[in-house]
Design a protein around this ligand. Structure first.
Ligand code: FES
Ligand code: FES
Length: 177
């Protein structure tokens, strides 16, 4: 079957119910996505499906053949720079899943509150880097706000606008008289 992974078409010959995580790691050698619990709890295996964070260990590959799959190998997001600046990882094992979850959160909420982060970031970290993860997300949100284009200028209500200049009169065609 064909899969769209990180913008590239990949072909795999696997049973339909094979979990996407197995396909990524064992069949395609994409080991940036990690195996933790295998039952959809820890989030180490998080990837994006059509932009949403999903746990790939419990996702049958047949369910994603028409979706855009993005893995940590294909993530290009300001959150990665923020993670380095805040020195978020400790052992690092959970962090590819954390980054995928954080990028999906920021796509949905570019300026999340602590409550938004706590509600959305359900990935587990055995090193308990949760406070640094939170700081990293706020740091990335600040990067995103700085990188955003300025809002379009609008004319406040009641301010007269300058009328458009009248179009110049057309000169009579040569020999028109
Ligand atoms: S390995 Fe998928 S949620 Fe833990
Ligand atoms: S950094 Fe070690 S498990 Fe999260």
């Amino acid at each position: 079957m064909k899969l769209n992974i990180n913008g590239q078409e990949r072909e795999v010959d696997v049973a339909l119910e094979t979990p996407l995580l197995w396909v990524l790691r064992d069949h395609l050698g994409m080991t940036g996505t990690k195996f933790g619990c295998g039952v959809g709890v820890c989030g180490a295996c998080t990837v994006h499906l059509d932009g949403r964070a999903v746990r790939s260990c419990v996702m049958p590959v047949v369910a994603v053949t028409s979706m855009e799959i993005r893995t940590i190998e294909g993530l290009d997001h300001l959150v990665q720079a923020a993670w380095i600046e805040e020195r978020v990882p400790q052992c690092g094992y959970c962090q590819s899943g954390q980054l995928m979850a954080a990028a999906a959160l920021l796509a949905e909420k570019p300026a999340p509150t602590d409550a938004d982060i706590d509600a959305s970031m359900t990935n587990l970290c055995r090193c308990a880097t949760y406070q640094r993860i939170r700081r990293g997300i706020h740091h990335a949100a600040a990067h995103l706000a700085a990188a955003a284009p300025p809002p379009a200028t609008t004319v406040p209500a009641g301010v007269p606008t300058v009328p458009a200049e009248p179009a110049p009169a057309t000169s009579p065609a040569a020999g028109g008289r």
